[in-house]
Design a protein around this ligand. Structure first.
Ligand code: COA
Length: 148
């Protein structure tokens, strides 16, 4: 049985392992030390991040983060950002990703966020299909500029 729960400090090793896989999939140059430091920052700042994990047989097999986002001046509301979303390969296509997203939607509504955003690589068709099934829409280009 799979249950979704909050991620806690003791989940660090598994969380970092899953994130390293996600970073590799996205060609992101980082290190296990950086990911672990990021994990500690996020867990230490519950006012900024809500971290959830799916657990099966006592192990974390999927994770997702709700970044509690930024204040939108023109709407006078807060927008949230979904990040750090991955399900272990052995457990994909069993509805676990959908469970994690549902938990994030529940949290976002409870926190009165007005909008959720996320970034998906153009070629990431599994993730895009999941998002679009839920109702996410895309009407913009996403640009980024590396500063260091
Ligand atoms: C994206 C990801 C989290 C989905 O997790 P999952 O547990 O497999 O998702 P679910 O089983 O809940 O699938 C829900 C829907 O997503 C879509 N989907 C999931 N995997 C798919 C695939 N390989 N091909 C096409 N559609 C897929 C389907 O619409 C699916 O519904 P269906 O099974 O009824 O057809 C998982 O594939 C993953 O970890 N990918 C690598 C990391 C990643 O890309 N993260 C997102 C970064 S933006």
């Amino acid at each position: 049985m799979v249950m979704v729960r909050r991620v806690e400090s003791h989940d660090e090793a598994v969380w970092v392992g899953l994130m390293a896989e996600l970073a590799a999939l996205h060609g992101c140059a980082t290190s296990l030390e950086n990911i672990a430091a990021g994990f500690r920052f996020a867990v230490g700042h519950p006012e900024k991040f809500a971290l959830f994990g799916a657990e099966a047989d006592g192990s974390l097999i999927g994770i997702i983060t709700l970044n509690l986002g930024h204040y939108s001046i023109w709407t006078n509301t807060w927008f949230g950002l979904i990040e750090d979303f991955i399900v272990a390969e052995s457990h994909r296509r069993q509805g676990i990703g959908s469970m994690l997203i549902s938990r994030v939607l529940e949290e976002a509504r409870a926190r009165n966020l007005s909008r959720l955003e996320l970034y998906a690589l153009r070629q990431n068709l599994p993730a895009r299909s999941l998002y679009e099934k839920i109702g996410f829409e895309s009407d913009s280009f996403y640009y980024h500029l590396y500063l260091r």
